[in-house]
Write a protein that binds this ligand. Sequence first.
Ligand code: PLP
Length: 373
Amino acid sequence: MHRTIPLSSPDVGEHELRRLCDAFSSGWIAPVGPAVDQFERAVCDRTGARYAVATSSGTAALHLALIVLGVGESDEVITSTLTFAATANAIRYVGATPVFVDVDADTWNMSPGLVADALASREKPPAAILAVDLYGQCADYDRLTGLAAGRGVPIIEDAAEALGATYGDRCAGTLGRIGVYSFNGNKIVTTSGGGMLVTDDPDLAARARHLATQAREPVVHYEHREVGYNYRLSNLLAGLGVAQIDSLGHKVARRRAIFERYRRQLAQLPGVAFMPEASYGIANRWLTCLTLDPEQFGLERDALLDQLRDRGIESRPVWKPMHLQPAFADFPALGGEVAAALFRTGVCLPSGSGLSDADIDRVAAAVRGAHGG
Ligand SMILES: Cc1ncc(COP(=O)(O)O)c(C=O)c1O
């Protein structure tokens, strides 16, 4: 019996164990400590961001980003419908209304044309545009920034899936006023659970840091002038992050090589199309995604997922768009057909940087077999 091939499992080893033990030995078994500072510096060095605040999750960082930009109950936030629910959840945490925008088929990211329509159709400018870098590919920030600047709207970049990707010569996460990364267990860099807010604005960074530590004032007794959150990253987990970030370049290269290996073996199958790469940047290929035309391929998407599962291979549909989710169906949406089609036909294949070429070949053979059988 073959071992199960997971979708995107942590790629950790001796180096991570050593850093975890270093963090342990430092005595800082707390949501502050030297490894947290080191991890924040390492992410800034790697991405070019000026300030970083390590958080307990990417979702917490998104929540803080919205709060520090002053987004609240009477506000709207334009975002992509094709994303993980955390993006939309964070908008609801601050009581704001998400305005979902469809994606472009050639990037799978929020359509700048529809963002322009959304901006033109709102009476009051939205409080923010929350762009998502889907599956490790940046949205089109030149166009989004042009639109946002014209209305004075800040951009938050949900780069949870995109650490290590680039847009031109800039790094994912640094393309808006605030960027957010996730380090949960399936991400390209993991701390088991964790996230980070990055920004070039010292005031926003300081305010996020303050709110993330229960908004505790810097005095000996426990003084709180506003409601805060327990959102800081544990020092132990930051130790893992320090080790992981060292090999980010290798991890991106490996995920891209995995994508290419799948593409070489599967692109010629009828009805199979791989997620396109936009000319403006380099994706980290966090997950290799493809779409299946069931008539040409000879099998429905879900039947392929079932066959892969029966062969011990973990695969997933592409995210179900937010405008189709019962929790968000009542909020405004512009378009949505492109994202809905990607959801109906899209498959994410095992893509962890720790997978071997033999693992990838096993998955590719199973997809080819499903087509033939
Ligand atoms: C696009 C996107 N946004 C936000 C998140 C939330 O990150 P976390 O799981 O660290 O809270 C994730 C991943 O989980 C994600 O894929």
